[in-house]
Design a protein around this ligand. Structure first.
Ligand SMILES: *Cc1c(COP(=O)(O)O)cnc(C)c1O
Length: 419
């Protein structure tokens, strides 16, 4: 008998033939930068976004208290049943942390991005989106029904042209990751704020990988580059450096009021358990009270980048904790990753659809917990693997093109000399 799902066999076989079929590992115990146990195998973990080493430590009293006080499930969406005290406290704490009038807590960062874009623009409006934006921003653009204009990655001149070509009367939104999740580079936010101002566009910045890591107070790249006051919509997540779960938007009160009424991923979705909000509060305290974690992390990241550059890896001069080792094709990338695993290191291979075809890479993600010994052993292994798995002509050729020949001005802080 014909089963209408039979097409799945062909599609799955096609993925397998292209080396793109994912089988998810089962993790045991807590993960940290020190260790992750995958399918029973203990590995040094370079695949975690738990940048400050918080996730495994959020298990204590305040969370138990929240469960005792509020139980577990939130019961219904906030539109129906309101939000819990812990949700409200976390929102107030996030607004205080971000220095904004208000903040809104979404179930995830994905939901925050998708729902916010769709609430801000619609048919007849235009949204300008960086070519390497995260999937949640891309899906938000699609969901909105607005005209989507994609500008080349971090290419200010291209965005300027596209903005100039758009009708002045239309409502405009510029949207970007602040720290790009696969390339580890920073958006040219000083330039984007200027363009937004010139063209009366709203500017939305997704700080998912930068919250807790960048900026003197850990508020992200907007803080690091001194442009917070010119970013209209700031998005962050509690699921990465904060080691918990949940996304948030911070900004003016009227923005939050609008999202409360119009962001469908907010009010048609049940809020996280209040204990999760309590974990978010605990994580936020660690970020605020222990700035040395982010300072040490970024110092170590800069040092490792320098050592990798000396091995011949093309890395732009940005000191972020996400370090892409560009390989090219998916197949050698995955063989390199498997070989590293045999050496005791978990470094995820990133292949399509997470990156465009032919741009597969190993994504090294550093956390505050990585110690000097592990890093130096990793460095040797990566150097050895590079000889085995990477075609040097690829590194000199196409990949070079992905790195802006003069990225420096883009990463300058507001008020600094321009080249
Ligand atoms: C991970 C990520 C998100 C989604 O955050 P979650 O809280 O995990 O849903 C959004 N934007 C970027 C850039 C991300 O990397």
């Amino acid at each position: 008998m014909h089963d209408p799902l039979n097409w799945l066999d062909d599609e799955l076989a096609r993925l397998a033939a292209g080396g793109l079929l994912r089988k998810l590992a089962v993790r045991s115990g807590p993960q940290s930068g020190l260790q992750v146990i995958l399918n029973g195998e203990s590995l040094a973990n370079f695949g975690s976004n738990d940048y400050l080493g918080i996730a495994a430590s959020l298990s204590q009293g305040n969370i138990d208290d929240a469960v005792r006080q509020a139980g577990w499930g939130a019961g219904a969406s906030p539109l129906i049943i309101g939000r819990g005290e812990f949700h409200a406290r976390l929102e107030a704490a996030l607004a205080k942390f971000e220095g904004t009038a208000a903040a809104l807590l979404f179930p995830t960062g994905f939901a925050a991005n998708a729902g916010t874009i769709a609430a801000l623009v619609g048919p007849g409006d235009v949204v300008f989106s960086d070519a390497l934006n995260h999937a949640s921003l891309i899906d938000g653009c699609r969901l909105s029904g607005a005209q989507v204009v994609v500008y080349r990655h971090c290419d200010v001149a291209h965005l300027r042209e596209l903005l100039a070509a758009a009708p002045a009367a239309k409502k405009k939104l510029i949207v970007t990751d602040s720290l790009f999740s696969m390339d580890g580079d920073l958006a040219p936010l000083v330039y984007l704020t200027e363009l937004a101002e010139q063209h009366r566009a709203m500017l939305m910045v997704d700080e998912a990988h930068a919250t807790g890591v960048f900026g003197a107070n850990g508020r992200g790249v907007s803080e690091h580059l001194g442009v917070e006051d010119a970013v209209h919509i700031r998005v962050g997540t509690l699921s990465k450096a904060l080691g918990s779960m949940g996304g948030f938007v911070a900004g003016q009160q009227r923005l939050i009021d609008w999202l409360t009424n119009r962001a469908r991923t907010y009010f048609f979705s049940t809020a996280c358990p209040e204990a999760v909000a309590a974990a978010g509060l605990a994580a936020l305290s660690i970020v605020q009270e222990q700035p040395q974690r982010r300072i040490e992390l970024l110092a170590r990241a800069s040092q490792l980048r320098e050592q990798l550059r000396a091995q011949g890896w093309p890395l732009p001069d940005v000191g972020s904790q996400i370090i892409p080792l560009r390989i090219g094709d998916a197949e050698p990338t995955m063989r390199f990753a498997a070989w590293l695993r045999d050496q005791g290191f978990f470094v995820p291979g990133i292949r399509p659809p997470s990156v465009p075809a032919g741009q597969s890479l190993l994504r090294l993600s550093l956390t505050w917990q990585h110690d000097v010994g592990t890093l130096s052993r990793l460095l040797s292994a990566v150097g050895e693997g590079r000889k085995r798995f990477v075609k040097s002509d690829y590194l000199r050729g196409e990949v070079g093109l992905r790195i802006s020949p003069s990225p420096r001005p883009y990463f300058q802080k507001r008020g600094e000399e321009r080249e």
